[in-house]
Design a protein around this ligand. Structure first.
Ligand SMILES: [Zn+2]
Length: 288
């Protein structure tokens, strides 16, 4: 099945009280592991690409070529969206031109007026091309490609303003952070999430920084209207740990253990296991 935008899968998720996972990709192994797991679990999935990962993978057209090739060669029939994560205005336009099915425009670092103006312009382009678009209000803590956010809670009125522009999904800071959570993290602000949900109605809400949020908080966030959860760091940690174990056991020195197809296999399986665990937690299994 060709790429789809994220609109239908998220509308269904919101109505069905589950969330679709966005898993960020870094290379072929990552992409293949996520797509195969989604297919095995009959789950919709969103492949996330940050601008940094886009550069690393030789540009957006390379990524579109790789993903479309895999959808075909692996006979993927579940809904798959290819989504730009934390896009700049120019980055969003480049991904639209390259064949992504969905983009995020992160204007959270602009004043609200400028965020609105730029989001509005991109909404019109996406509407015309049948793509989905995610906007962000209130920066999300931690570091994303060198941009460090303070982890603020979004203003529910500003969320309503951006939601009314016709975006498909809305990311709002509710105390969540990218990367590993610090020991003294205060947890998600459900008060903020409830207020945003009340103002934005049917709008699917997006929870960034899904790595390390306790399971009960994830479930509560889904109950309160979160329909898309972004997972990035957790797959990286799982891949690194499995690869470390392989090398530390000296397996790369045994026989043909240096073959990248063998060397990268434990990390590949670790990504698959992480994605499976998340899809089960988010409730998207058998929702394709
Ligand atoms: Zn994010």
């Amino acid at each position: 099945m060709p790429l789809v935008n994220a609109k239908e899968m998220l509308t269904k998720a919101k109505a069905g009280h589950y969330a679709v996972g966005q898993f960020n990709i870094n290379n072929l192994e990552w992409t293949k592991a996520i797509l195969l797991t989604a297919q095995e679990l009959n789950s919709p999935v969103i492949l996330g690409v940050s601008e940094g990962a886009g550069k690393y993978m030789c540009g957006y057209t390379t990524i579109v070529g790789m993903v479309n090739g895999m959808l075909n060669e692996l006979n993927i029939t579940v809904p798959v969206a290819l989504h730009l994560d934390h896009g700049s205005y120019d980055g969003a336009k480049a991904c639209i031109a390259a064949g992504f099915s969905s983009v995020m425009f992160d204007g959270s670092h602009y004043a609200i007026e400028e965020n609105i103006a730029k989001t509005k312009e991109l909404v019109a382009i996406c509407e015309e091309k049948g793509l989905s678009i995610e906007a962000e209000v209130g920066s999300i803590g931690g570091e994303e490609d060198g941009v460090v956010g303070a982890g603020e809670c979004a203003d529910p009125d500003e969320c309503k303003m951006i939601a009314d522009l016709g975006v498909t999904m809305l990311a709002a800071g509710i105390g969540n952070i990218h990367g590993k959570y610090p020991e003294n993290w205060a947890g998600l602000s459900f008060e903020t999430l409830e207020a945003i949900s009340a103002k934005t109605g049917d709008m699917p809400l997006v929870l960034h920084g899904g790595t390390g949020i306790p399971e009960d908080m994830i479930k509560k966030a889904i109950d309160l209207g979160v329909s898309k959860i972004n997972v990035n760091t957790e797959c990286q940690l799982a891949f690194a740990a499995a690869t470390r174990e392989y090398v530390e056991a000296g397996k790369d020195l045994q026989g043909k253990g240096f073959d990248p197809r063998k060397l990268l296999a434990p990390g590949f399986e670790a990504i698959k296991a992480t994605v499976k665990e998340k899809m089960e937690l988010f409730g998207s299994v058998n929702k394709a």
